[in-house]
Design a protein around this ligand. Structure first.
Ligand code: CMP
Length: 155
C-alpha cells in the first residue's frame, strides 16, 4: 500500500498492532472552532493524534474519499459539504484503537449517539456530523495514504 509519496505504508505504521485510524474533523466543526474540543475528547479516550493537518479538500479528493458511497442518494450533498470549508485530517493510534475510536465518535446520526460522544456533543445532523472515522483496518490504510506521506507520520 503506497503513501501519497510512494513510500510503503506498512513500513511506517504497524496497523495490525497499533490499529492506525483515519479521522477527519469536518467543516461544520472547523467552522465552529471545535478542533481543540474534539481533539481533547480523542486524547481523553486514550488515542494519540500522531499526524494532523488542516486542508481544504478538492472536489476530486472528496469524491475519491467517499467513492464507496457514490450510488447513495446523499453522495452529492456529502461531497458538497466536505468541500464547503476546511477539514482537519488526522491519523490516530492506540491500543484497541478501533473500539476506542468508534466509542468516542458516537453513532453517525447524532440523535442516536451516546452521551459524552463527539457527535452527541457537537454534531448538527447526520450529514453535518462533525467527524469521520475509518471503519476497518483496510479502509484506514487507504484513507491515510490518500492524505499523508510516509514522513509525515512520526509516531
Ligand atoms: P461518515 O462517517 O463521514 O461516512 C459517510 C457519511 O455520509 C456519514 O459520515 C454521514 O455524514 C453521511 N451520511 C450518511 N447518511 C446520510 C444521510 N441520510 N444524509 C446525509 N448524509 C448522510
Amino acid at each position: 500500500m503506497p503513501f501519497a509519496d510512494g513510500a510503503d505504508i506498512s513500513a511506517a505504521i504497524p496497523l495490525s498492532d497499533l490499529q492506525g485510524r483515519n479521522h477527519i474533523i469536518k467543516p461544520d466543526a472547523t467552522a465552529r472552532n471545535l478542533t481543540g474540543a474534539i481533539n481533547a475528547l480523542i486524547e481523553k479516550a486514550g488515542l494519540r493524534i500522531v499526524a494532523q493537518k488542516r486542508i481544504r479538500m478538492t472536489r476530486e479528493q472528496a469524491e475519491t474519499f467517499y467513492a464507496v458511497h457514490k450510488e447513495r442518494s446523499f453522495f452529492r450533498e456529502l461531497v458538497e459539504f466536505m468541500i464547503s470549508g476546511p477539514v482537519v485530517v488526522q491519523v490516530l493510534e492506540g491500543e484497541n484503537a478501533v473500539l476506542k475510536h468508534r466509542e468516542v465518535m458516537g453513532a453517525t446520526d447524532p440523535s442516536k449517539a451516546a452521551d459524552g460522544t463527539i457527535r452527541k456533543l457537537h454534531a448538527k445532523s447526520i450529514g453535518e456530523n462533525s467527524v469521520h472515522g475509518s471503519d476497518a483496518a483496510e479502509t484506514a490504510a487507504i484513507e491515510i495514504a490518500q492524505f499523508f506521506s510516509g514522513n509525515e507520520i512520526v509516531g
